[in-house]
Write a protein that binds this ligand. Structure first.
Ligand code: BDP
Length: 651
């Protein structure tokens, strides 16, 4: 077996240290610690969509200058949530343009009086362009949904007598343009016999509803003025020792000391170090294994970093604790190795949406989805088609669910989307994704795009640059994009480490003809493998089924057809997975909302679960299959049992 040394941790772990991210500053997840506090601003915000013709009344009238209620009527808007499904007004559901959020908050005295405290405002995500004012002062702008951004607001809050009352105003624009990710276009309908003057529609080139708003938590948190700004961890294994390489960046002062300790799951210190970078050696380390791959999955250590510093105002200390999973990864011509063992992705693609909260982050939904993943015996998912909330990745780390982390590079369908401005933005988005997610052991691969028009020469160059940039940011992980082009036309496949293929045989092609799937899928795999000799993941396949629709013999849109289509795919996947196919991800975990179209019945119904997370027949089929594969591929070999249901056939 010729080992492709694309992603061997041991060789490359150190490299990562030298590869500083182009972005300034870290994006550590805000946590409470002896030196840090957080205050969540979730709950009800005041809200107004700017329905004016040019959507700019809010700027013309400077709505950020005074409380929003003083410039007109406001709605109650829950945060986190998408604003679209909350109201009863269809115009809000479909709104394109600027919406305004506002919230007032009173800060604790110690935050405003102790000048050794740094106060930060963090927005988990705002889709898609955001401007933030605090007490009417313009603090921050950010382009791109699905990723966090923050501003140090200490100067603003540490000024006067108590109480320190903050008014936070956030204007968000969900308009998609040829240079946003995802891209889109605005089309003015000029035929006044059909449309009123100024009428426009937003065209998008992807298949999910463009939910928008403050869809993740907004919070305030503190650090000392000299603080741990970022931590980068890479791991490798040498004989039976785990090696944890760390690099720490500190901001605020050059006069500091750092102590680093690694604790095991029982809180026992297993290694320690000092300084901004180093390597910790853990003899007999417990490795981080994916769910169902090993008897002891998802083992996490904690890297505790303690900073002490001298400042002009006196000594300060900071403390941050980062979960660390020790694991290795490598890609060969035909395998994806985790901890030196072949890993087979048997999982799902997801979306973040569900019922009235749209894409708003929600703990019950998160826990339910993880229970369903474990019930299913799924060991992986792709964050189709944008980075998910950080809390999702934390769950993956804890439960051993492997993640292909995808950026919002979806809908790159038109030639004009492959321009230099987009390329620059796409690279920056990858910097933000890697900066946020680099320390999650669950993340094993970056996906820079979904189904771009990769048959175009311009797309080939564009994707080559984005992939190269991503590899420079993080040489430790493989990089891919997901293609639907043919093996002979794709111009960017030469640059990926793993080929990810979407195909919809007997659904979008030769619909109704299930008997063609085996032939067409076999040809697909063989052509791609012959051309590239790289491992292949069937990154999407599936069929629509409306829960409760039944027909025998199976017809499209029934549960039976969905199930039969999957069965046909599985025959070929079973032949190829022992060779070079290293994964299968069903499209989709659950039904999800889309734009309205004659092809969609209240959204996309390719879920194996409904949008309310109830199983269709296909879910039971996949469950049986995933547990079977898990039991074939477990190390050391032993039979795993579903821990989820007592009345299950698998317990
Ligand atoms: C694939 C896209 C996915 C769609 C799916 C479908 O990657 O976003 O939802 O098709 O049509 O091509 O169901």
């Amino acid at each position: 077996m010729a080992l492709r040394t694309l992603v061997a941790w041991s060789a490359l772990g150190l490299l990562l240290w030298r590869c500083a991210l182009a972005l300034q500053g870290g994006m550590l997840y805000p946590q409470e610690s002896p030196s840090r506090e957080r205050k969540e601003l979730d709950g009800l915000w005041s809200f107004r969509a700017d329905f004016s013709g040019n959507r700019r009344r809010g700027f013309e009238e400077q709505w950020y200058r005074r409380p929003l209620r003083e410039s007109g009527p406001t709605l109650d808007m829950p945060v986190p949530s998408s604003f679209n499904d909350i109201g009863q007004d269809w115009h809000l559901w479909d709104f394109v343009g600027w919406v305004w959020y506002e919230r007032e908050v009173i800060l604790p005295e110690r935050w405003t009086q102790d000048l050794r405290t740094r106060v930060v405002l963090r927005i988990g995500s705002a889709h898609s362009y955001a401007i933030v004012w605090v007490n009417g002062v313009d603090m921050l702008e950010h382009e791109g949904g699905y990723l966090p951004f923050e501003a140090d607001i200490s100067n603003l809050v540490q000024v006067g007598p108590l109480p320190s009352r903050l008014r936070i105003t956030i204007a968000i624009n969900n308009t998609l343009t040829p240079t946003t990710l995802p891209p889109g276009t605005i089309q003015y309908m000029n035929d006044t016999s059909k449309y009123p003057k100024g009428y426009f529609v937003q065209n998008i080139y992807f298949d999910f509803f463009n939910y928008a708003g403050l869809q993740r938590s907004v919070l305030l948190y503190t650090t000392p003025t000299t603080y741990i700004d970022d931590i980068t961890v890479t791991t490798s294994v040498e004989q039976d020792s785990g090696l944890v390489n760390y690099q720490i960046s500190v901001k605020g002062s050059n006069l500091f000391e750092l102590e680093v300790r690694l604790l095991d799951a029982e809180n026992k210190v297993v290694a320690n170090g000092t300084g901004t970078q180093g390597q910790l050696k853990v003899p007999g380390a417990s490795l981080w294994w994916p769910y169902l791959m090993h008897e002891r999955p998802a083992y996490l250590y904690s890297l505790e970093v303690r900073l002490t510093a001298q400042t002009s105002l006196g000594p300060v200390s900071d403390f941050y604790s980062l979960p660390v999973g020790i694991r290795t990864m490598a890609v060969t011509e035909s395998q994806f190795l985790i901890n030196g063992k072949p890993f087979y992705f048997h999982g799902v693609n997801k979306h973040e949406d569900a019922d009235i909260r749209g894409k708003g982050f929600d703990w019950p939904l998160l826990v339910k989805d993880f229970n369903l993943l474990r019930w299913l015996g799924a060991n992986a998912f792709r964050t189709s088609h944008y980075p998910y909330a950080e809390e999702v990745l934390q769950m993956c780390d804890r439960h051993g669910i492997v993640v292909i982390d995808e950026c919002p590079g979806v809908g790159l369908a038109l030639p004009q989307f492959f321009n230099n401005v987009s390329l620059h933005h796409h690279m920056r988005v990858m910097e933000e994704v890697v900066r946020r997610d680099k320390n999650h052991p669950a993340v094993v691969m970056w996906s820079v795009a979904n189904e771009p028009a990769s048959h175009l020469e311009s797309a080939g160059y564009y994707l080559k640059m984005v992939i190269a940039h991503t590899k420079a940011l993080d040489p430790s992980r493989p990089v891919t994009f997901v293609t639907k082009s043919s093996y002979s036309a794709d111009k960017a496949a030469p640059y990926v480490d793993v080929i990810c293929l979407n195909s919809y045989y007997s659904w979008y092609h030769d619909f109704g003809h299930l008997e063609l799937i085996q032939r067409q899928l076999t040809t697909q795999f063989e052509n791609w493998y012959k051309t590239y000799q790289k491992p292949i993941i069937q990154s999407e396949y599936g069929a629509e089924a409306i829960a409760g629709f039944h027909q025998d013999p199976p017809l499209m849109f029934t549960e039976e057809y969905q199930k039969s289509l999957l069965e046909q795919y599985h025959v070929v996947l079973d032949q190829k997975r022992r060779k070079y196919v290293v994964g299968e991800l069903i499209w989709n975990f659950a039904d999800f909302m889309t734009e309205q179209s004659p092809l969609r019945v209240l959204g996309n119904k390719k879920g194996i679960f409904t949008r309310q997370r109830q199983p269709k027949s296909a879910a039971f089929l996949l469950r049986e299959r995933y547990w079977k594969i898990a039991n074939e591929t477990r190390y050391p070999h032993s039979v795993a049992k579903s821990q989820c249901l007592e009345n299950s056939a698998f317990t």
